[in-house]
Design a protein around this ligand. Structure first.
Ligand code: T1G
Length: 685
């Protein structure tokens, strides 16, 4: 069955793509489109063409799986140029998501119609590239630079209605009968003398000169998104070329920029990230026909920071949530914080007032655990103490209906032990959200020894519905992310005793692209987590800091001093405390280069990741990358810790671990899987 079929509707040729799952513009689709355009050109009975797609979406872009392989013609630019050169009007009939090359095909068409639920975008920048089939040259001509630039540099799609407003879509049509609407529209333009051939359009391109401060102003709004990424700047350069150069020259400039990016490390890393996030949704070892269990009502134990944030995920997705606290005052505080969070997001335009009221209307606060009886899923977010959690699971098991899922939001603790407190171990698992739970995309689904396949699959299905990127972890201390965080924090502390200062250590990681370094992170979380105040005897730097009430951002000082806006600055007092402990340690004091600090912090993480893989605690190396990018802000343009290790070479990681151990007079701790792979020149991904 050809992926592209054509049929005649009187004088209109309807060209349909059927290339599941997303009508990616693979070679067969491109060839089919080229043949269809030749058919249209060669038959006088055909006076117009409609291009549409079967399945869930219009073309969602080039076929990313073809990247890095030898190109096979016809190229997408060639196909689009043939569409645009047609003497007969070509109409793109859009549904789903017209993205990347898909939107570029639509831009080569003379007209575009779309259903209201469609979205249109050029997300190439998220893959470390830029629109490489004329998008940076045609879109500004169709909608103007001011509208085109954000679409190209952020990669975020826009809804069809907005596309209609800016002239990207000529007509919004009914959700049903899109092809028929396309034929009707095509008939309405047959015979029109001058089709608005986009690539020749210059009416909107002249509005903003390329030396306008519009570009610098725009850069300022995108600083966080732009930091460290190469593609956004190239996108800006390509749009400037659309302003300054004739179309053909501009396309050449686009192609040159595309060629540099697509062969670069950042694009390889970001394409890895794209597929890694999707691979993570695949759970090894469960039958394909495993059912997804029905979940309509969710119970949350604990209305604190985590419980409230977790509740918001489900409320926003339209689930009824019953939230439980022990005291009325804590319950009221929790509910009020949820409302305040919604209102703050609404003020930023993320929610409408109606959406906030709808979400809050789904929330039922209670002090009575029996009110959770009819929940399909209950998540506990109570104090991180095993005895407390065991007691909660025992009580829940006796109250909640048979078949309901019981989940723990624990960050570290053993979910098998919690499951053993119940008569339903098959329905118990961990759902580890990351703070702030209503913002961070990552969810670690902790697979306990007895967790049933249907429960796992239901959790994965729920994760997607609440907009999370989920990764399955086995039961081990800290699961995947926090388990790898521990050796990094230990390495950071150890360097303080050898002459390093917190701000130098943190800088090495923020320069690498992390949002913060180990000490900034400790100050954010609070230095007194697990600190035993009553028995503290100034034995460690952390003890002394806490004893002096330097407990982190919440007390205005920790490793850093913080101003009223929580901006950090190095502290002389802390420096003196560190110097005292370093002198007492008897260790050789030295100056660390930024490269060495980075290696000392990150290589032990890679080693821990290798152990996690070796023990089967993660299903695949790319899952570990997905955890660190979505849970801790690891710079996506390096692909995540395991992809980054592959890029620099596992032999370099092993050599570094050995060298740093020797320099500290310690025995190297190197995972066998890592050592074997390094020796064989293999990679994790
Ligand atoms: N190429 C190949 N496979 C793709 C694909 C693509 N462009 N998009 C999705 N898939 C696969 C995906 O791996 C998964 O496979 C399945 O489709 C469902 O995807 C020349 C060079 C369209 C919004 O960046 O954003 O055009 O895991 O799970 O959540 O200038 O997929 O089932 O085996 O994500 O409903 C630009 C990328 C390419 C769009 C649907 N286009 N895709 O989301 O399903 S570069 C993109 C998406 C380009 C031109 C340049 C999303 C989606 P599997 P899914 P979804």
């Amino acid at each position: 069955m050809s992926v592209i079929t054509t049929r005649r509707e009187g004088e209109v040729l309807v060209v349909t793509s059927n290339n599941p799952p997303v009508n990616a513009l693979g070679q067969a689709v491109r060839a089919g489109l080229a043949d269809a355009m030749a058919e249209a050109a060669g038959d006088d009975a055909i006076q117009a063409v409609v291009i549409c797609c079967e399945g869930r979406t219009f073309f969602a872009g080039a076929d990313i799986t073809e990247f890095g392989k030898p190109p096979v013609g016809p190229s997408l630019p060639e196909v689009i140029d043939a569409i645009e050169a047609s003497a007969k009007p070509v109409v793109a009939a859009i549904h789903g998501t017209a993205l990347g090359g898909g939107l570029e095909v639509a831009l080569g068409c003379h007209y575009r119609i779309a259903v209201a639920s469609a979205r249109l975008g050029l997300p190439e920048v998220k893959l470390g590239i830029l629109p490489g089939a004329g998008g940076t040259q045609r879109l500004p001509r169709v909608v103007g630079v001011a509208e085109a630039l954000p679409m190209i540099v952020t990669g975020n799609p826009i809804p069809a209605a907005q596309a209609g407003k800016i002239g990207l879509v000529d007509k919004l049509v009914a959700e049903d009968g899109l092809a028929e609407s396309g034929v009707a529209f095509a008939r309405s333009v047959i015979g029109k003398a001058d089709h608005p051939v986009s690539s020749k359009r210059t009416d909107k391109i002249g509005e903003i000169p390329s030396d306008s401060d519009f570009f610098d102003e725009f850069r300022k709004t995108q600083m966080r998104r732009l930091k460290g990424f190469e593609a956004p700047e190239a996108c800006i350069e390509a749009v400037k070329a659309a302003i300054d150069l004739p179309y053909e020259e501009g396309v050449k400039k686009e192609r040159e920029l595309f060629g540099k990016l697509v062969t670069g490390t950042q694009s390889k890393a970001l394409r890895h990230v794209f597929f890694a996030e999707r691979a993570a949704a695949k759970i090894d070892g469960i039958p394909a026909d495993t059912p997804v269990l029905p979940v309509k009502k969710v119970g949350i134990l604990g209305a604190g920071t985590m419980g409230g944030g977790i509740a918001m995920n489900f409320l926003t997705a339209g689930y009824a949530v019953t939230i439980l606290e022990r005291e009325q005052e804590a319950l009221d505080r929790g509910v009020s914080i949820i409302r305040k969070n919604y209102e703050r997001s609404a003020a930023k335009g993320r929610f409408t007032a109606d959406q906030v009221e709808r979400a809050m209307g789904l929330l039922t606060p209670t002090l009575d655990m029996n009110d959770l009886a009819d929940c399909d899923l209950v998540i506990e977010a109570v104090f991180e103490n095993m005895d407390v959690k065991k007691d909660v699971f025992r009580k829940l098991d006796g109250i909640v209906k048979p078949g309901a899922i019981l989940a723990s939001n624990t960050s570290y603790l053993n979910v098998d032990e919690m499951a053993a407190e119940t008569k339903r171990p098959g329905s118990v698992l961990g759902l580890h959200f990351f703070s702030p739970a209503n913002v961070m995309r990552l969810l670690e689904i902790v697979r306990a020894a007895k967790t049933e396949p249907a429960v796992l699959k239901t959790a994965m299905d729920l994760a997607k519905k609440i907009g999370k990127v989920a990764v399955v972890s086995g039961v081990c201390f800290g699961f995947i992310g926090n388990r790898m965080l521990s050796p990094r924090q230990r390495a950071a502390q150890a360097m303080l005793l050898q002459g390093a200062k917190p701000w130098d250590v943190d800088k090495a990681l923020t320069d690498f692209g992390m949002p913060m370094g180990p000490f900034q992170m400790s100050d954010l979380a609070g230095l007194d987590l697990g600190w035993d105040k009553a028995n503290s005897k100034s034995e460690t730097i952390r003890d002394v800091l806490c004893e002096r009430d330097r407990r982190g951002q919440k007390t205005g000082k920790g490793f850093y001093d913080y101003d009223e806006n929580r901006r950090p600055s190095p502290s002389k007092e802390v420096e003196a405390i560190i110097d005292e402990f370093a002198a007492k340690s008897g260790l050789e004091q030295r100056v660390f280069s930024q490269d060495e600090i980075r290696e000392r912090l990150l290589f032990p993480m890679i080693n821990e990741g290798a152990k996690i893989l070796e023990e089967g605690m993660a299903q695949r190396a790319s899952d570990i990358d997905t955890v660190w990018i979505n849970g801790y802000g690891w710079p996506a343009y390096t692909g995540g810790p395991m992809f980054w290790a592959d890029t620099i070479g596992l032999d370099k990681v092993v050599a570094g671990l050995k060298a740093h151990a020797a320099a500290s007079g310690a025995e190297p701790d190197i995972c066998k899987l890592l050592e074997d792979k390094a020796a064989k020149g293999e990679t994790f991904n």
